[in-house]
Design a binder for this molecule. Structure first.
Ligand code: SMG
Ligand code: MG
Length: 372
C-alpha cells in the first residue's frame, strides 16, 4: 500500500449534555480526523485527544502539530521510498517520535482502515475479535446536584446499560455512590477519579468497599504506581488503571507489581489498536480482565472500539455507549443499544461510513492536505 496524501480535518460536535470530570467540564467535542489517501483506497482515523491537556499531556492542537510536522512527513517519505505503508510498518516510522501516542494512534487507525477496507476484512477480524456484540456500560459525569445525578442514571438504566460508571472527586464520592447504589440495586457499578486523589486519601477511599463496586479507576496521578500498589493492598475494591497504562510493557509491570487487577484499554492512550491488542494479550495471559475505555468518540472511533471490545479478554462492559449518549447526530451511521449491547460492525475496515457532508458542515477550520 502506498500513501499518496493525508488530510487533517477539524470538526466540533456539541454534546447533548455537559460532561464534567475532576478536571473540568466539556460541552462540545473538538475533534481531529485524518483521512489517508492510498493507492488502494481511503482510510479514516479519529484522534481521541481532548481540546486541552487535562486528561493527558496530549491535546488536539498538539496532535495536529506533531502529525503535520513529523509523523505524516515521515510516513510519506517512507512510502515514497518503497516501504509498504501498512499499520504494521507504521510502527517503524512512528518509533522515531517519542510519546505522542494519541497522534500516532489516529494515523495508525487510518492506515488500518485503508488496508482492511481494501482487503474486504473487518477491523474485528483483523484484531482477533471473537464476539458479535459487546456489553455496554455508560460513564456518568459529575452532576450539579444529587437529584440531577439520579435522574441521569435512571435514564441510562432505562436505556438498558449493563454497568454504570460514576466520575468521582474529593467532595463528590461516598454520598453520590451510596445514592446511586440504592437506586440501581445490583446493577454493576464502578467509579473513576481521573487522578483526583492522593495517597493520604487511602483511608477515605476504603469506605467505598461498602458499595460492592466492580472497581475504582485511576485514583492517583499516572506516574505514581507505588500509591496504587498501596491502595490495592488496603482496599477490597479492585483497583483499575487507565491513564497510567501507556503500553503493554507498562501494563505487564503494573499488573506484576500489584498496582492494578483490572485494566482499562484505550487504543489512543497506548499508541494504537495494534498495541491495544498487545495490552489485552499481556493482561489475559496473567488472568487479568480488561474492558474498553472511551474518549467520547464519534461513530468512527466507536466502531473501532466496539471491534476491540469483542476480543476474548474484554470480559467487563466497556465505556462503549450508544451514539445518543453524547451526540444528537453522529458522524457515521449511529450506534444504537440493543438489550444493553452494541453489535460489532462486520463491514470492511471500520465498517462505518464517515459522512463527508457532516465533516464539511461541522468543520471549524479548512482541511489541510499533506502530500500529493
Ligand atoms: O467515551 O463514554 C466515553 C467517555 C468515558 O469516562 C470516560 N472517559 O477517564 O475514562 C476516562 C474518561 C476520559 C475522558 S473524560 C473527558
Ligand atoms: Mg478513566
Amino acid at each position: 500500500m502506498r500513501v499518496e496524501a493525508v488530510e487533517l480535518h477539524r470538526i466540533s460536535m456539541p454534546l447533548v449534555r455537559p460532561f464534567a470530570t475532576s478536571f473540568g467540564s466539556q460541552t462540545a467535542r473538538d475533534i481531529l480526523l485524518l483521512r489517508v489517501r492510498t493507492d488502494v483506497g481511503d482510510g479514516w482515523g479519529e484522534c481521541v485527544a481532548m481540546a486541552d491537556p487535562v486528561y493527558s499531556s496530549e491535546y488536539v492542537e498538539g496532535c495536529a502539530a506533531v502529525l503535520r510536522d513529523y509523523l505524516v512527513p515521515a510516513l510519506l517519505r517512507a512510502s515514497s521510498a518503497g516501504t509498504d505503508a501498512t499499520a504494521d510498518s507504521f510502527a517503524g516510522v512512528a518509533r522515531f517520535v517519542v510519546g505522542h501516542r494519541m497522534a500516532k494512534a489516529a494515523l495508525e487507525t487510518a492506515l488500518l482502515d485503508a488496508e482492511t477496507r481494501a482487503a474486504g476484512q473487518s477491523f474485528a477480524s483483523r484484531l482477533g475479535a471473537t464476539r458479535e456484540a459487546v456489553d455496554c456500560g455508560v460513564s456518568v459525569g459529575i452532576a450539579p446536584d444529587l437529584d440531577g445525578l439520579l435522574a441521569e442514571v435512571s435514564g441510562y438504566v432505562e436505556a438498558g446499560y449493563r454497568r454504570i460508571k460514576l466520575k468521582i472527586k474529593p467532595g463528590w464520592d461516598l454520598e453520590p455512590v451510596a445514592r446511586v447504589r440504592e437506586l440501581i440495586g445490583e446493577l454493576p457499578l464502578q467509579v473513576d477519579a481521573n487522578t483526583a486523589y492522593s495517597r493520604d486519601d487511602i483511608d477515605h477511599l476504603r469506605a467505598l468497599d461498602a458499595f460492592d463496586l466492580l472497581l475504582i479507576e485511576q485514583p492517583f496521578v499516572e506516574e505514581d504506581i507505588a500509591s496504587h500498589v498501596a491502595l490495592s493492598r488496603a482496599i477490597a475494591t479492585p483497583v483499575c488503571l487507565d491513564e497510567s497504562i501507556t503500553d503493554a510493557v507498562v501494563a505487564a509491570d503494573a499488573i506484576d507489581r500489584g498496582a492494578t487487577s483490572v485494566v482499562n484499554i484505550k487504543a489512543g492512550r497506548v499508541g494504537g489498536y495494534l498495541e491495544a491488542v498487545r495490552v489485552h494479550d499481556v493482561a489475559r495471559s496473567r488472568g487479568v480482565p480488561v474492558w474498553c475505555g472511551g474518549m467520547l468518540e464519534t461513530g468512527l472511533g466507536r466502531a473501532a472500539n466496539v471491534a476491540l471490545a469483542a476480543l476474548p479478554g474484554f470480559t467487563l462492559p466497556g465505556d462503549t455507549s450508544a451514539s445518543d449518549r453524547y451526540f444528537a447526530e453522529d458522524l457515521t451511521e449511529p450506534f444504537v443499544l440493543v438489550d444493553g449491547r452494541l453489535p460489532v460492525p462486520t463491514g470492511a475496515g471500520s465498517g462505518v461510513t464517515v459522512r463527508d457532508d457532516l465533516v464539511a458542515a461541522w468543520a471549524t477550520r479548512p482541511p489541510e492536505t499533506l502530500g500529493a
